[in-house]
Structure formats: C-alpha cells, structure tokens
Design a protein around this ligand. Sequence first.
Ligand SMILES: [Zn+2]
Length: 353
Amino acid sequence: MEVVDIKEIQFERVVREAELLSPLMEFKLAVHQIEFRKDPLTERWCRINMERAKRVKQAKTGESADLTKIVDESKKRCFFCPENLERTTPMFPSYFPADRMKRGTACLFPNLFPFGEFHAVGVFSEDHFLPFESFSTELLYNCFALCVDYFRFVNTRHPEAKYCTLNWNWLPPAAASIIHPHVQILTDHRPTFHVKELIEASEEYRELNGGNYWLDLIGSERGGERWIGETGSVAWMTGFAPQGNREVLAVFSGGVSSLVQLTEHGLRDFCEGLSRVLRGYHEMGVGSFNMGFFSGPNDQNLSDRYLLHAKLVSRPNFEAFYTSDDGFMEKFHGEPIIEARPEDVAERLKIYF
Ligand SMILES: [Zn+2]
C-alpha cells in the first residue's frame, strides 16, 4: 500500500451539565453530563446523555414472542414468498435483461410503488424470515451483486441517472412494511440532500487540507477506541458523532467513490464485514436497523477526495409498544439524541473482527 501523509482529524466535543433534584435519589441534586459532539466533516451535532448511555442494557437473545407471531401472520399473505412472488410483484419493462433479475437465491424486480424513476426491490432469498446469524457473506453478496448489476444496466441505458443508493430497512421499527428480508435500491438524476452535503464537504476538506477526509479518518481512527476492524479493502468503525444509535461506518478504502465502480472483491469484503456486524448487533440485543450506501456519481472517480461508504444504525426493538427513536430532535432539528457511546459499541463489535 502506498504511504500517504495522514492528517489527524480533530474531534470536537463539549460537555455541559444539567442539574435536577431527582425523585430517583430522594430529591437530592443529580447532575447529568450531556456531551455534544460535532461530526468533523459535515459539522452536524449530536447529543449523548452520558447518564442514559451508562445504563447498561442487557443483551436479549432470541426473538421475542411478538415477533414470532407477526412473522407467522405476515407469511400468510407475503408478496415476496416464492408461492406469490411471480404473481404479485412487478416485472421490468421489456428492454431489461430479464422480467425479474436473479442470482443465487436473490431476486430483483421493480418497486410496486416507486419513489424514483429507477427504484427496485432486492429480495435476499425465498425464506420469509431470516435470523441475524443467517445473513452469511454469500447470502448478502448474491443480493448486493445483483443490485450492482442493476445499477450498471441502468447506467448504460440512462447515464444521466448517475446517483445510486442501496438501502435496507430491517423490520417495521426501521420502516420496513414487509417482513420478508429485502433491500431497496434507487438510481437518481441528482444526489440526495445528504450525499450532496457529503461530497461538497469532502471537496471543501480537500481544498483546505490537501488530502482525502476519508483516508485521514481511517488513519486517525485505526486502532483507536472507535475502531472495529478491517475486511480486505473495507474499514469498519463507529461514528464519532453518530446520526443514530450504534452507528457503524464502513469505508471502502480502495479508490472507489461510486457503487458501480465496486469490484467483486470490494463487495465481498463489505459483505464479510456486514455479516460480522450483524452477528455483533444480535449479541448486543439489536433487533432492528437501517443500512444505507452513500455513493458518488457513476461517471466520475472522486476517490482523491470522496470514498464510497455505508452506514448502519440500530432502531428500536420489535415489541408491541416500542418507543420510536425518531422524535422532534431527529425529525426537525437534525441533532439526534444518542443513547450508546460509540466507543462502547466499537468495543462490543470488534470481537467479531
Ligand atoms: Zn415472505
């Protein structure tokens, strides 16, 4: 690997104290420390109440009874189960290479209610439900490689639609309306608001510092308290100022800035790491999550300033009356309230790497 000059990233945090006479302590003075952290690239803030974060949550193992019941009920009328899929899911128009694209156990078809010009759904397998430990590298790879095939096909025919995203909502608390495991992919003419922000901030960073923020981030975090590990060309860490709980960041360090530029190796490296993170999430008691990719344009390699990356955040567990973690601070103010210290999350996940 070439030797590059790594610039240390500055991680900015401010701690403030909130005082209250707590009923939990016979109305004696309780002081809560709130840590405000700023993302070094986007300058978005988050807030961590260290008292909340310190409350150790016991890992739950096994699926709750509610989930088993909902899985069984939803299976009776599932669009993505093999007995219904061909009858109830849309097909691609005739200029596509197939009605529905297939690879291994994975199947890809248009979204029935798209919110983009090119919006498809990728189903992992014929299994209506898959426990976390079933998401092997191979299972993930088959589906994601199919998604990349789709991106490449759309890119050839519609090169002006050049911003791809690959996203996964796992279970209803993460906004999945269908239990059967699937991902959603889109190719758009313009980047999403956040991808635009990331690319512009990375360009600004390069102008100011002369380097690539993402390589500097990997260099600054490697071996530190938020470092999880590496799978080939993909570096895994928790975010310093996360935008969601238990945020895991995967950066493709091998000179790739867009999903269509991914090599087979790069994608396999990612799937290997993702499979490990999911095992770790499960052991930590996480039952629901979102995953997303942040891809630069297809027609340019921006890897001197911007690298393809993906993120996962945990969501509330699937229970009858769960409390959503998406409240006024997240929806309107863009300053998420974080309950788990990123450093603790990294410590729990690195054992799987
Ligand atoms: Zn199903």
